[in-house]
Design a protein around this ligand. Sequence first.
Ligand code: AMP
Length: 450
Amino acid sequence: MAAGKERPQAVAEPEPAVEEPRSFKDLGVTDVLCEACDQLGWKTPTKIQVEAIPVALQGRDIIGLAETGSGKTGAFALPILQALLETPQRLFALVLTPTRELAFQISEQFEALGSSIGVHTTVIVGGIDTMSQSLALAKKPHVIIATPGRLVDHLENTKGFNLRALKFLVMDEADRILNMDFETEVDKILKVIPRDRKTFLFSATMTKKVQKLQRAALKNPVKCAVSSKYQTVEKLQQYYIFIPSKFKDSYLVYILNELAGNSFMIFCSTCSNTQRTALLLRNLGFTAIPLHGQMSQNKRLGSLNKFKAKARSILLATDVASRGLDIPHVDVVINFDIPTHSKDYIHRVGRTARAGRSGKSITFVTQYDVELFQRIEHLIGKKLPAFPMQEEEVMMLTERVAEAQRFARMEMREQGEKKRSRNDDDDDTEEALGVRNKVAGGKKKKRKAF
Ligand code: AMP
């Protein structure tokens, strides 16, 4: 089926609910799955679940517009599991998602909700051995959670594997799947799955491309939206700081000291700046860990798990982590490098102030970023206050920060040389720290002050 050849279809709005349903049972969820929700501590359905689950249980296609952390995985997983209970079948549902981490996260929720009914899921993502994935596919799981590229790889090359009996297709973070040029892969997938299926398309933002896809893949869909245009949550205190570019590192260290005791996510624009800043902070005694696309899949999951388990208080990431990742305890989001796409701002700051908690975000604005920052303020419809700072205290840090910068640069060079000689893609932050300790020697005690 070629995208664009389908006739555009009207999107129906759901009927307004007469009375707010208070339980999953009220939404029509079957007892065994209600118990599973209860066991996960899900007492009442979230807004997107209230909107989407009854419609999905009626067998309609859905376009779900919901903010990150809204419970949207449950909104599509519960109706799929319920349908699976009614008509058990292998290779029943496919969830497409843009990043590997999200795929694992979604699979965890399917497993948790479906454990009592014996659901088998398989994650098919890049960066992991294809042979073991082929073996997992040969066992015909009920639900496959995949990034599009690797799935196409298996559809084309894994003998005996096909999705001709598929009943449900979910596209999670759909706008991103398209932005990241997965369009060709998605079209290939749409060609080899039955037209007679249910399709759920979930996205935090609705772009023109998503509208195009909706025409290609959905039948008479119902739109379930819980957020009005690009809102950020109320309990989020958003600030900016306007600073000279050359002192960014010192300001970062100042803020981390000021807000010590919190957990931080710091967003950088490139893999190499993420790595460099992680090394810099570690040289100053902070427990910082990087997460970016040039790390191996194992290291990425390892970083995320260490941060989730609170073994590290600072996660430095590229936008690979800005969407959909469920990291409940982030207190402060720092936009160390301002996002070039304003919508990414919403996704990044959406990492904090989740599930009714409060949180802070601080955006670094240098002399080069003013226009981008104005665009962000325009998008969210408000002027942000400046984060209060003592400039003199920041300046007192510059010498120690400069020293740590030198070590970080040296470590980056050493890692680069090692990588070239080993010709692999491993991240060596932990090893590099060992190198730094040797190099820095007696300076370690002084840095502990941070
Ligand atoms: P998601 O938006 O799907 O990534 O979900 C965000 C978080 O909310 C996950 O940790 C879910 O386990 C949790 N969650 C989903 N539905 C509910 C619910 N009804 N009550 C409480 N927590 C929920």
